[in-house]
Design a protein around this ligand. Structure first.
Ligand SMILES: Cc1cc2nc3c(=O)[nH]c(=O)nc-3n(C[C@H](O)[C@H](O)[C@H](O)COP(=O)(O)OP(=O)(O)OC[C@H]3O[C@@H](n4cnc5c(N)ncnc54)[C@H](O)[C@@H]3O)c2cc1C
Length: 381
């Protein structure tokens, strides 16, 4: 397993729980959920009851008091189910940490226990139809009106938004300021003016709902501003990115490992020209090439995990981890798929799903072009 050298007894126990959950609750239902475009609400509650949501949240909020290594374990077990399973990581690792890291005491007390139990699903909404990478260009606005803010605008590609009870929304509170004019707001999805658009049809991760959202003068109390000060949104968003990018890289390396295992098993069984495909030198050379690429990335990612556990992983190291791992994931899965021939193009074959699911990892959590920009800028400064 990736990062196994850092695990303690509690992580192996957690792994058994996660594996059982994936095998019993997720794997048998993938096709049905892919057709549905989302997963039933009960799955989140069951995951909460099994301690799989927000697994590193402090005990004072009802969490198991785990650490980042619990996320590392879970990412690998969830990789077996791929995009036919819910996007727990978007809730647990991307959205909820904003409240833990930057929320007021009241915001934490209200939302974290529900996030841990699965009673509340939390989404994060930054991207807009005309502004994704260039976050400073967002137009959704939050205007102060007495004791409230009034939110107006539109978001797109928002994960888990179909069932979310709370959306953390990036808004402009001061359009005259760039990054300093952005603030994050906690918006409950039962508010008048909050409108869900259609579920978007994706090429992969088909059971993970992704939506457009509209905010038509949604009124929220001023106490729903994340933290206590306006203008902190951009910095809050940047603060969560190191872990988000490292976790994305772990998912990519896990997917490579699963693809290589599947491929190795397949080539030993499938025959052509009177012998197993594994017997051809081309097969062995290809597998050697792909496996050594995977291994180099696994070791790099484990180095990153070690640094992150010590709180020392830098933003460009995390960007490099996500950039390299997602690019390599694309290569390994594509070249693995080739061994399956026509079967590799059929949705029921796991490698076909892996191929489609992997593509977004080069786009989300900072598109790879943007990551190169960030790393390059830092290198020459
Ligand atoms: C399945 C899925 C789930 C998502 N979930 C969420 C979510 O939950 N919440 C959320 O807020 N967003 C979410 N997103 C949005 C995602 O974060 C954005 O798609 C991503 O940040 C890129 O933004 P964009 O699509 O607007 O592309 P753009 O920013 O328009 O970029 C288009 C292309 O131009 C390149 N580019 C842009 N600027 C530069 C530059 N300066 N130099 C070089 N190249 C550049 C980009 O790399 C990209 O290739 C999700 C997206 C997908 C596909």
């Amino acid at each position: 397993m990736i990062g196994e050298q850092f695990f303690r007894e509690e992580h192996f126990i957690f792994q058994r729980t996660a594996r059982r959950f994936v095998e019993q609750e997720l794997m048998p239902n993938r096709e049905e959920w892919e057709a549905l475009g989302t997963v039933p609400r009960e799955v989140w509650l069951k995951a909460g009851a099994s301690g799989l949501l927000c697994c590193d949240m402090p005990e004072e909020y009802g969490g198991a008091g785990g650490d980042y290594l619990h996320h590392v374990v879970l990412a690998q077990e969830m990789a077996r189910a791929g995009g036919g399973a819910p996007a727990f990581s978007g809730h647990s690792e991307t959205a909820a940490p904003y409240i833990l890291n930057y929320g007021t005491a009241a915001q934490k007390a209200e939302w974290l226990p529900k996030a841990i139990s699965g009673e509340a699903i939390i989404a994060i909404a930054m991207t807009e139809p005309h502004a994704g990478s260039d976050l400073q260009a967002i137009r959704t606005s939050a205007r102060r009106d007495g004791d409230d803010y009034v939110i107006k605008g539109q978001k797109v590609y928002i994960s888990n938004a179909q069932q979310a009870h709370l959306v953390i929304v990036a808004c402009k509170t001061d359009p005259s300021q760039g990054a300093k004019g952005i603030s994050l707001f906690l918006v409950e999805t039962n508010q008048p003016g909050f409108v869900r658009g259609k579920m978007l049809k994706k090429i992969g991760r088909k059971a993970q709902d992704t939506l457009e959202l509209f905010f038509d003068d949604v009124r929220v109390p001023a106490s729903n501003l994340l933290g206590q000060e306006e203008g902190q949104g951009f910095y809050q968003l940047m603060g969560v990115l190191v872990q988000e990018r490292l976790s994305s890289a772990i998912r990519s390396v896990s997917a490579m490992q699963i693809a290589l295992d599947d491929t190795t098993n397949f080539v030993k069984e499938r025959e052509a020209f009177g012998k197993p495909i594994a017997a051809f030198q081309n097969t062995q050379f290809e597998l050697a090439d792909l496996w050594s690429m995977y291994l180099a990335h696994k070791v790099f990612i484990e180095w990153c995990i070690g640094k992150h556990v010590e709180g020392k992983l830098t933003s460009i190291e995390a960007a490099a981890a996500k950039l390299r791992a997602s690019e390599c994931e694309g290569i390994v899965i594509d070249r693995s798929l080739q061994f399956f021939g026509g079967m590799g193009y059929m949705w029921e074959t796991p490698i076909a799903r892996a191929y489609a699911d992997a593509r977004v990892n080069r786009i989300s959590a900072g598109s790879n072009h943007i990551l190169k920009l960030l790393i390059g800028r830092e290198l020459v400064k």
